[in-house]
Ligand binder design. Structure first.
Ligand code: ZN
Length: 245
């Protein structure tokens, strides 16, 4: 399987590169001065991003560059209505990315169906991780603490040595005896920091992932974490023509 995967990667890299456009919006002052970054700053990160996506025969390029001249957008809060408002630009057919000066909560970037908001301090690894989300891949963690319905903190941890059941399409890619946790942190879609080695897998990988649960009585939706096969596999879930809404 390892040889097959490598062969397919080589074939993809050699002949079937899917090229996806990014439309970048850079916030600057209301008078048009002091942009939070330049297009050249952003483009300098793309070779590293594309080196990771070459694993799956994909690459990204900067198609358009626009300014958003409004002081009010220099700082936005993670997941806020304001962040949604910032991204409320009609779909472009590519991935919409919005460069702001800062986000709160020690966050450098986040994604949604309307596009990616990020700060100039973002590494190429983080940008690649967010583009992984744009392609449809989920976050995977080695451990997560969350509050359940009973308002009790619950910590879920991956424990054990990697096995073929835990990464069936990619089995053989890593050394024998590696712990599942050590393997997860090598992945691009590792959610706590971007992956140490930024690997993209063909198939899904066992780890801690987010689920969506709807309370049958109240209809309230919650997002608990659980141990499961997390949808990080590019062959299974990767959209090679990612488009923001
Ligand atoms: Zn993520």
């Amino acid at each position: 399987m390892k040889a097959l995967f490598q062969l397919c990667c080589l074939l993809c890299a050699a002949s079937v590169i899917a090229v996806a456009p990014i439309d970048l919006y850079i916030v600057c002052n209301t008078d048009g001065s002091n942009p939070v970054m330049t297009g050249a700053d952003f483009e300098s990160k793309l070779p590293t991003v594309n080196a990771y996506f070459a694993q799956v025969g994909m690459s990204f390029y900067l198609r358009s560059l626009s300014s958003i001249s409004n002081n009010a957008w220099r700082v936005v809060e993670y997941g806020s209505d304001k962040a949604d408002e910032l991204r409320n630009i009609p779909a472009t057919g590519g991935v919409k990315m919005f460069a702001v000066e800062s986000l709160d909560r020690d966050t450098h970037a986040f994604s949604g169906e309307n596009g990616i908001v990020f700060t100039p301090s973002c590494s190429a690894d983080v940008i690649a991780h967010e583009l992984g989300h744009a392609c449809g891949l989920a976050d995977i963690y080695t451990e997560k603490t969350f509050t359940n319905d009973a308002n009790v903190e619950v910590t879920i941890t991956v424990d054990g040595v990697a096995s073929s059941n835990w990464m069936p399409l990619d089995w053989g890619r890593y050394e024998d005896g590696i712990s599942q946790a050590a393997l997860i942190v090598k992945l691009l879609m590792h959610g706590d920091t971007s992956g140490e080695e930024c690997d993209l897998t063909a198939g899904d990988v066992y780890g801690v992932g987010m689920s969506t649960v709807t309370n049958p009585v109240t209809g309230e939706v919650s997002y608990p974490y659980e141990l499961k096969m997390v949808p990080v596999g590019f062959w299974l879930h990767g959209n090679r023509s990612p488009q923001s809404q």
